[in-house]
Design a protein around this ligand. Structure first.
Ligand code: SAM
Length: 214
């Protein structure tokens, strides 16, 4: 299922989609296939993001949007949590090859995967892990505008909360083609969306996570 017209996308998203298609074609449904350095780091990000559901009553039906879902590793993570047994999960990714791989990787009927660069169906919670890291040659001012506009759209599609992570601007060894963001800048932006905003920056990766709750 494709939920929007790709011709409306910023031009740079095509290049980003091609990089991820190449990665998943080369490395398959593995952390390297979505440009992560390790499985441990990928899982730790999911654990931190899952803190968003701290007030969610266990075992109640809950819907999840996973924006930039890759091959659906977050769905695997959520399946291992007994209280999430009644979830509905919707994964979105711009790379068609990534979505094809996700569909083969996750046959569970609770999961739906769509090739899309926008979420158009609201869910209780939205997760975004690593989706804004690869900016290639895009000017960082333009990238920041794109990220904030996308977060705004995602927030409008999140009934209860939104959590996203980004690489930390304070990290000393920065790689070309990646976008490093100031947590303060994004906290200020998120406070324009909700008064209930939390920064998590005490985990052992060179990045931070923000929770926004209604
Ligand atoms: C670093 S990978 C992380 C994948 C997954 N979240 C995980 O942690 O395993 C980022 C993913 O975001 C996707 N992506 C990047 N920009 C996107 C956009 N605007 N809309 C949808 N997907 C996007 C990429 O195709 C890629 O699969």
């Amino acid at each position: 299922m494709r939920l929007f017209r790709k011709s409306n996308d910023p031009k740079f998203l095509k290049d980003i989609s091609q990089v991820f298609s190449f990665r998943v074609r080369t490395f398959g449904d593995t952390p390297a296939g979505v440009l992560w350095k390790s499985s441990e780091g990928q899982q730790l990000r999911f654990e931190v993001l899952f803190g968003l559901l701290v007030d969610q009553p266990p075992f109640e039906p809950v819907s999840i949007n996973d924006f930039g879902c890759g091959y659906g590793a977050m769905f695997d993570f959520l399946l291992d949590i007994p209280s999430m047994a009644g979830m509905s999960y919707f994964g979105y990714d711009i790379s068609r090859e990534m979505i094809d791989t996700a569909k083969q990787h996750n046959l569970d009927r609770r999961a739906t995967f769509s090739e899309a660069s926008k979420v158009e169906i609201p869910a209780d919670y939205t997760f975004v892990s690593g989706t804004f890291n690869l900016s290639l040659e895009v000017d960082h001012g333009l990238w920041s505008t794109y990220v904030k506009s996308t977060l705004n759209q995602l927030w409008n599609m999140s009934n209860k909360g939104l959590a996203f992570n980004m690489l930390d601007k304070n990290h000393p060894d920065q790689e070309n083609g990646l976008y490093y963001a100031k947590a303060d800048d994004y906290m200020d932006f998120c406070r324009t969306l909700s008064v209930n905003v939390t920064l998590i920056d005490n985990y052992h990766l060179d990045e931070w996570t923000i929770f926004i709750h209604r």
